[in-house]
Design a protein around this ligand. Structure first.
Ligand code: ZN
Length: 169
């Protein structure tokens, strides 16, 4: 072990808070393990999706799983970053900074939901503390339900077009 790795920065120093930030940042991002577990279960059930993609080109937000034809956007929210009612605890250090930061995240989440919903998307949000199995079951059920609706609408549309060409012809 090198001497550098044994060195502990003084409490409250830049290095110490940078270390804290790094470990907190490590809790978010696209490859957190609850999300990976959900992805592999959904994949194993035969559904295909895009990972960490923008559902709607005009909306600058990224969903964890995106089912494009059925318009289902899935988010796995970290309990800390998105203020889970069961597990969020406010950090005692820099309390105001974190309060503002997390509040902004939550406001942004609701704004994302509204923007995607108004563009016809179904937004599914899960907490990282939920079991991947329960999340995967919901995702699968919703995607299949919307796929069925889509097929029904297409059939109805085709029937209408047939009728029109009969009357015009
Ligand atoms: Zn939680």
């Amino acid at each position: 072990m090198s001497a550098a790795s044994d060195w502990t920065p003084p409490v409250g120093s830049w290095a110490s808070s940078a270390g804290n930030r790094r470990s907190m940042l490590g809790n978010r991002g696209r490859d957190t393990s609850p999300e990976r577990a959900l992805r592999s279960l959904v994949h194993a059930s035969g559904l295909r999706y895009r990972v960490a993609a923008r559902p709607e080109p005009g909306v600058r937000r990224t969903a964890d799983l995106v089912f494009r034809p059925t318009k289902v956007a899935v988010f796995v929210d970290g309990c800390f970053w998105h203020r889970c009612p069961d597990h969020f605890t406010a950090p005692k250090t820099n309390a105001q900074f974190w309060e503002e930061k997390i509040s902004r995240n939550v406001v942004r989440d609701r704004d994302t939901d509204a923007r995607l919903q108004s563009a016809g998307w179904l937004v599914l949000r899960f907490w990282e503390h939920q079991t991947p199995e329960e999340c995967a079951a919901v995702v699968r059920a919703e995607v299949l339900r919307r796929r069925k609706d889509l097929a029904a609408r297409r059939t109805a549309g085709a029937a209408k077009r047939d009728q029109r060409s009969e009357t015009s012809g």
